[in-house]
Design a protein around this ligand. Structure first.
Ligand code: FAD
Length: 471
């Protein structure tokens, strides 16, 4: 059938999920045509707007995505917000199949009093701010305080702590925005606490990120040995097994725990001791603390601290829960960053959405009860996992789609693809940004970074981007 010959497929979102899904489809089907729709004028999702500026090597995946975009059977349509500029039913009409890969753009709220105070923001917004995400450029966080509290103990929390504490001159040669670097240069923040409801065994960050924190120039770790008592035996002995319900300790977690233990309990070596003794900044992990309220400053115009409930653990393994002991504790600070997770939004009333889990309900990437509709990445699995996880997951969705195509489960007969959508967009006054347009913006950013030795100076204003393109 025609669709078997030239399937017209579109992908919504140009982060890792969108690009890896497209890559799989193009590679495994020699005729497939893939259009990628993206709401930002620029591609790559969290690779551009999430990954920390001091981790440039992570962004090398952009080279692979660029190769995909250069395929003659792939097109990028930026500056098109699906759900606003064009609807999912319209896309389904125009294509044989639609893959939703639009990520997780919201943050999970703390849902505690005081959350709305100035001086409280989501780690998501803070990350967006220093990475040049247009909607977060007005954030201008107030870093005139001495202490910041980050609620959460995952890799995003560590990214934020690291950016707050890194000597600004070490960020000068990264792609952090000029505005963010300026604010960080004036920062008075000396201490950053990362607060978790559970204990050391439940931290969500990984060893590479922890090691970076321990070695951060001019900064020393504050770990309370009391939190780690007994952990050593548990690591080795049966208690660990009972506590995790695993017959064997997963190696990466064991290594992570060992590094935490060493840092907390052992005397540092000469070099490390000297580094920590001369440090003017510090970061620390506060375990078994659950945030109850953000305390207002006396004038009510900012945050003065966080009220924490002391917790203890109940249950075993994955089901380990933190329950309050009744003891409260106030942790003074002037800045509160909540880093308890991202969350997907529903995109269109016609697309099922599980608001409890924050994902599109699906089986192996097939959206439940909507033939021809698929999903991949964070909107499919939930907002966890690194780019490599997202790649595997997206290849699987691509595979599912091609199986359905082969089995004749997708609409038969030709579909107009982008021609129909371009007509709609143009009637609505929407002017898409192509991949070669992006390459012009890319060249402009690289040129603007050159004078200061940065890999690029990101454009942060969509109007300016469109203007540069003559739109
Ligand atoms: P996203 O990357 O979010 O892509 C979704 C895309 O969809 C975005 O471009 C968005 O603009 C677009 N979109 C949204 N809504 C619409 C719409 N309505 N219409 C059209 N387009 C839309 N992983 C690592 O391996 N290493 C790291 O160092 C690392 N650092 C991270 C740091 C942070 C702060 C975060 C949050 C994540 C980090 N990750 C890292 C994880 C990695 O970013 C994710 O695994 C990956 O980006 C998920 O891919 P995705 O395509 O599902 O979502």
């Amino acid at each position: 059938s025609t669709q078997e010959k030239t399937p017209q497929i579109c992908v919504v979102g140009s982060g890792p999920a969108g690009f890896y899904t497209a890559q799989h489809l193009l590679k495994q089907h020699p005729q497939a045509h893939v259009d990628i729709y993206e709401k930002q004028p620029v591609p790559f999702g969290l690779v551009r707007f999430g990954v920390a500026p001091d981790h440039p090597e992570v962004k090398n995946v952009i080279n692979t995505f660029t190769q995909t975009a250069h395929s003659g059977r792939c097109a990028f349509w930026g500056n098109v917000e699906v759900g606003r500029d064009v609807t999912v039913p319209e896309l389904r009409e125009a294509y044989h199949a639609v893959v939703l890969s639009y990520g997780a753009e919201d943050h999970r709220a703390l849902e505690i009093p005081g959350e709305e105070l100035p001086g409280v923001c989501s780690a998501r917004a803070f990350v967006g701010w220093y990475n040049g995400l247009p909607e977060n450029q007005e954030l201008k966080p107030d870093l005139s305080c001495d202490t910041a509290v980050i609620l959460g103990q995952g890799n995003v929390a560590l990214d934020v702590a690291r950016i707050l504490l890194t000597p600004p001159e070490h960020l000068e040669k990264t792609d952090i925005t000029k505005a963010a670097l300026g604010v960080l240069r004036q920062s008075q923040v000396k201490t950053v606490w990362l607060v978790g409801r559970r204990g050391p065994l439940q931290v969500a960050f990984t060893i590479k990120e922890l090691r970076e924190m321990i070695q951060l120039p001019g900064t020393r770790p504050i770990l309370d040995p009391v939190d780690f008592l007994g952990l050593q035996d548990r690591l080795k002995g049966t208690a660990w097994r009972q506590s995790t319900m695993l017959t064997e300790v997963p190696r990466p977690r064991k290594r992570l725990m060992e590094l935490l233990l060493r840092t907390a309990m052992e005397k540092p070596g000469r070099e490390e001791a000297a580094h920590w003794a001369s440090a003017s900044r510090a970061w620390g992990l506060r375990f078994f603390r659950s945030p109850q309220q953000v305390l207002p400053s006396p004038d009510g115009r900012g945050a003065a601290g966080v009220r924490l409930a002391v917790t203890r653990l109940e249950g075993v393994g994955e089901a380990t829960r933190a329950v309050p002991t009744g003891v409260m504790e106030d942790l003074p600070c002037g800045l509160v960053l909540s880093s308890i997770g991202y969350k997907s939004r529903p995109i269109d009333p016609s697309v099922p959405f599980d608001s409890k889990l924050g994902v599109i309900p699906n089986v192996e990437g097939r959206v439940t009860d909507v033939p021809g509709l698929y999903c991949s990445g964070w909107v499919k699995r939930g907002p966890t996992g690194v780019i490599a996880t997202t790649m595997t997951d997206s290849f699987l969705t691509g595979q599912t789609l091609l199986q359905d195509l082969k089995a004749g489960l997708l609409p038969s007969g030709p579909r107009p693809g982008s021609a129909a959508i371009q007509a709609l967009l143009s009637s609505r006054g929407v002017q898409p940004v192509s991949f070669s347009d992006w390459e012009k913006l890319d060249a402009e950013e690289v040129a603007r970074g050159q004078s200061t030795g940065k890999p690029r100076e990101k454009l942060v204003d969509p109007q300016e981007m469109l203007c540069l393109l003559g739109h």
